[in-house]
Design a binder for this molecule. Structure first.
Ligand code: XMP
Length: 317
């Protein structure tokens, strides 16, 4: 029978044998998967693991600073890189969802490669790939055409010439969380909702600007904080807000407004392959909607997404 302790002992031993005295470089995302994978590798090889955490300007409000702090507390050897402008430049004028993913993927590889090249003699690339990522990538490559180009599995650029080490690629998300808790990773990281690599870029329909990111960060923050304050966060598998590329008429005082619409999305799921929308309490939705409209400049309407996957997807892009 699978237990997290058995998994940890076996995996750490395996990693030690495989990696020996080599150096490993690894990109951290702030999510559960990369954090747990890094902690396992760190257990095995200690200071020979070099982590890079990139601020792509598409993270949630305050996330970069808070998560970087947690990583340091966990004893990881981590470099934080502010690459916000580089990503905004790479995304300028791009509206197509797959083109955004490609631009972000390429920018990430460039930034990461710059950092990796500063380190001498690195042989391995650590990755937080989990089992559903492997499955979904295989199906994405199948004849049914590209659904969404997830996760860059197998998509390593040749010039990096590193061997990949993926200690979690046989686990499901709930098992990753169990391992994370057994490794004493803070609950703020282990219990965190999944968040897509391209971040808020695929929740801003249309082109990306720093100003739109700021608006969506404020909306998302009110929603996520609200879920936490009302004890709902842990009942939801993933939640977030989407900034729509349309304006609608509203009224404030005796002024007519013509401003943005945001959609809120909260789903239940096991592995993201299928998902159901969550019946959040009306009182909660009403309160959050008021808070968003009153506090976030440029937003005058909030809608709630009641679509399930399939046929919708979790993300809007
Ligand atoms: P969809 O929208 O396909 O999302 O139902 C399923 C899960 O995958 C996440 N997602 C991504 N994660 N890169 C990622 O790392 C991506 O390009 C990407 N697209 C979707 C999504 O947040 C959900 O958890």
């Amino acid at each position: 029978d699978w237990t997290s302790d058995v998994f940890i002992d076996a995996t750490v031993a395996e990693l030690k044998a495989k990696i020996g005295d080599d150096k490993v470089v690894m990109g951290l995302s702030g999510g559960v998967d990369s954090s747990v994978a890094a902690t396992l590798i760190h257990r095995a090889i200690g200071a020979n693991l070099y982590c890079v955490f990139v601020d792509n300007g598409l993270l949630r409000k305050n996330e970069f600073e808070e998560v970087l702090h947690s990583y340091k507390d966990m004893g990881l050897n981590v470099i934080g890189v502010d690459a916000k402008q580089r990503f905004y430049d790479a995304l300028a004028g791009i509206s197509d969802p797959e083109a955004k993913r490609k631009a972000i993927g390429n920018a990430f590889i460039e930034v990461f490669d710059d950092e990796a090249n500063k380190l001498e003699g690195v042989k391995w690339l650590g990755q937080g790939t989990i089992y559903p990522d492997v499955i979904e990538s295989v199906s994405v490559k199948g004849p049914s055409a590209t659904i969404k180009s997830h996760h860059n599995v197998g998509g390593l650029p040749d010039f990096m010439k590193l061997s990949v080490v993926e200690p979690l690629n046989t686990l499901f998300k709930d098992e990753v969380r169990e391992v994370g808790r057994a490794l004493d990773i803070p609950e703020t990281i282990v219990g965190r909702h999944p968040f897509p690599g391209p971040g808020l870029a695929i929740r801003i329909l249309g082109d990306i600007t720093a100003e739109k990111v700021k608006t969506l960060q404020e909306v998302d923050y009110i929603f996520i904080q609200g879920l936490k304050d009302h004890g709902l966060y842990d009942q939801v598998w993933q939640a977030g807000a989407i900034l729509l590329p349309i304006q609608s008429v509203g009224v404030m005082g005796d002024e007519r407004t013509y401003e943005k619409v945001v959609a809120l999305r909260a789903v239940g799921s096991v592995d993201g392959m299928t998902a159901d929308w969550i019946h959040l309490p009306y009182e909660f939705l009403g309160k959050i909607s008021n808070e968003i409209i009153n506090r976030v400049k440029g937003v005058n309407r909030v809608v709630y997404d009641i679509s399930s996957k399939p046929p919708a997807t979790i993300e809007w892009e």
